[in-house]
Write a protein that binds this ligand. Structure first.
Ligand code: ASP
Ligand code: MG
Length: 417
C-alpha cells in the first residue's frame, strides 16, 4: 500500500483536484491512501474566522464565502453528485452551529474545532471527484485513526489507540482494491474533540498513516520538484537533492527547510518506509528519495535562511551566573508559551536565543523581564549551512553583521542583521 499526500496548493482549485485523479492514474490506482490538506489558503481563512469569533465579531460572511468557493469547485469536479453537494452543505452547517455559540472554553480547543473543517471539506471534494472520474474510493474520517491526546493545536499521537483505529479502518474498507481518501492535519482525542497536529501537519499525518498501515512508501506531491539544497524561490542555481537520508532530511527540515514537516521523518524511519517528494505539476519527474541509506547523501552545501528572527538575550538581574536552575525555568517558559527556540547560546551571565518573531514571543519577553534583564534585537536572519564551505559562507554573509556564529563539523549557523 502507498500513501499519497496532496497539500493545499495541489488541491487549491478544480484543476488541482482533477490533477489528483491524473496523478493516481499514472502512479497508484490500487492500494493507496490519499491524504489531503485543506484547499489553498483555507486554513488561514479558518484561523482568521476563529480569531474574529473569539473576539465576538460576526463571521457569517467569511463562512459564506468559503462555502461558495468550495461548492463551486465541487460543482466543477463532480457536477452530477447531488449527494456530495448536500453533504458539503451539511458540513458547512456543522461549522455554523459551532460559531453560533459564544466561545466558552480554551482558545486552542475552539481553534481545533473550527480550523479542522478545511480538511473535511477538501477531502469530501477530492473523494467526490474520484468517484465521478470512475475511481471508486472510500472517504474516511482521520479522527478515528489518528488518535491523539487533547493538547489542542499541537496534539501528540497515541500510537496504541491509533493502531486500533487503523485496524478498524482496514476492517471496514477491506477488499481489493483499497482506496481511501482521508484528511491530513486532524486527529481525534479521547474526549471526542477534534485535535490538530500543528500547522502544515498533513505531511506528518501521511507518515503516521504509513507507519500504522505498514505502507511501502509515502509520496508527498508538492508544487516544487523535490528537496533542494536551498529554497529555489529565493536563490538561483539551486540543486535537487535526489537521494538523501532520513537523518539529513530531518536536519534540513529542523533547521527550517519548509519542504516537509520535520516530524514526518521519524515514523517513516522507524519502519524504514521510503519518502518521495515529487512535483504534482510534473508528476513524472523523479523528485527526491529519502531513505535510511546514507551513502548517497549529498555533501554539497545546503542552506536555509529564516528571516524575521528575534534575538533575545537574557541576563540575571544581579549578574549571577546562568546555571541549570535558571535554564530550566527559562526553557519551561518557552515550552509553556509554545515559542520554539531556533538557536541558543550561553555565556557566564547571559543566555541568548533566536526565535521567530511573533506576538507570543513578544509577550514572553515581557514575562521574562520579571526576573531577568532582557534585551532583544529584531529583524534578524538565521542562516544555517549544512556541509558548509568558505565560498558558500562568504556569499551568504556578504555585507551582513554577524551577531552569533556557531560551527560544528557539518553545520554552520549564523544570526545576522
Ligand atoms: N491545512 C493545514 C495547514 O495549512 C495543514 C497542512 O496544510 O499541512 O496548516
Ligand atoms: Mg498547507
Amino acid at each position: 500500500m502507498k500513501v499519497f499526500k496532496f497539500g493545499g496548493a495541489s488541491v487549491k482549485d478544480a484543476a488541482g483536484v482533477r490533477n489528483v485523479a491524473e496523478v493516481l492514474k499514472r502512479h497508484a490506482l490500487d492500494d493507496v491512501v490519499i491524504v489531503v490538506s485543506a484547499m489553498g489558503k483555507t486554513t488561514n481563512a479558518l484561523e482568521a474566522i476563529t480569531w474574529e469569533w473569539l473576539d465576538g465579531r460576526p463571521v457569517a460572511r467569511e463562512v459564506d464565502a468559503l462555502e461558495r468557493t468550495h461548492q463551486a469547485v465541487l460543482r466543477a469536479v463532480a457536477p452530477e453528485d447531488e449527494a456530495a453537494r448536500t453533504l458539503l452543505a451539511e458540513r458547512f452547517q456543522g461549522l455554523r452551529a459551532i460559531l453560533d455559540h459564544a466561545p466558552s472554553n480554551g482558545i486552542d480547543l475552539h481553534y481545533d474545532q473550527v480550523v479542522s473543517f478545511g480538511e473535511l471539506w477538501s477531502s469530501a471534494i477530492v473523494h467526490a471527484h474520484l468517484n465521478s472520474a470512475g475511481i471508486a474510493s472510500t472517504w474516511w474520517d482521520a479522527r478515528t485513526v489518528v488518535r491523539t491526546d487533547a493538547r489542542h493545536r499541537s496534539a501528540r499521537v497515541d500510537w496504541d489507540a491509533s493502531a486500533e483505529g487503523a485496524a478498524g479502518m482496514l476492517a471496514n474498507v477491506g477488499g481489493a482494491p483499497l482506496r481511501v481518501v482521508t484528511q491530513g492535519f486532524i486527529g481525534g482525542a479521547e474526549d471526542g474533540s477534534t485535535t490538530t497536529l500543528g500547522r502544515e501537519g498533513s505531511d506528518f499525518s501521511a507518515a503516521i498513516l504509513a507507519y500504522l498501515l505498514d505502507a511501502e512508501s509515502v509520496t508527498i506531491w508538492k508544487d516544487v520538484a523535490g528537496m533542494f539544497n536551498a529554497d529555489p524561490n529565493r536563490f538561483r542555481d539551486t540543486r535537487l537533492l535526489e537521494r538523501i537520508s532520513y537523518r539529513e532530511a530531518i536536519e534540513l527540515s529542523y533547521f527550517g527547510a519548509s519542504v516537509i514537516h520535520p516530524r514526518t521523518l521519524q515514523p517513516l524511519q522507524k519502519k524504514n518506509i521510503p519518502l518521495y517528494v515529487r512535483s504534482f505539476i510534473d508528476a513524472d519527474a523523479p523528485g527526491s528519495t529519502i531513505t535510511a541509506a546514507t551513502d548517497r547523501d549529498s555533501l554539497m552545501p545546503s542552506f536555509i535562511v529564516k528571516p524575521l528572527q528575534l534575538l533575545i538575550s537574557i541576563t540575571p538581574r544581579d549578574l549571577s551566573f546562568i546555571v541549570e536552575e535558571n535554564l530550566s525555568g527559562i526553557f519551561k517558559l518557552f515550552a509553556e508559551r509554545n515559542v520554539r527556540i531556533e538557536l541558543m547560546q550561553n555565556s557566564a551571565v547571559a543566555f541568548s536565543v533566536a526565535v521567530d518573531d511573533s506576538p507570543r514571543a513578544r509577550q514572553l519577553i515581557e514575562e521574562l523581564r520579571d526576573e531577568y534583564e532582557v534585551r532583544h534585537n529584531e529583524g534578524c536572519e538565521l542562516i544555517t549551512v549544512r556541509h558548509y564551505d568558505e565560498a558558500t559562507l562568504d556569499k551568504l554573509l556578504a555585507g551582513k553583521e554577524q551577531l552569533i556564529e556557531q560551527r560544528s563539523r557539518t553545520t554552520a549557523r549564523f544570526v545576522v542583521k
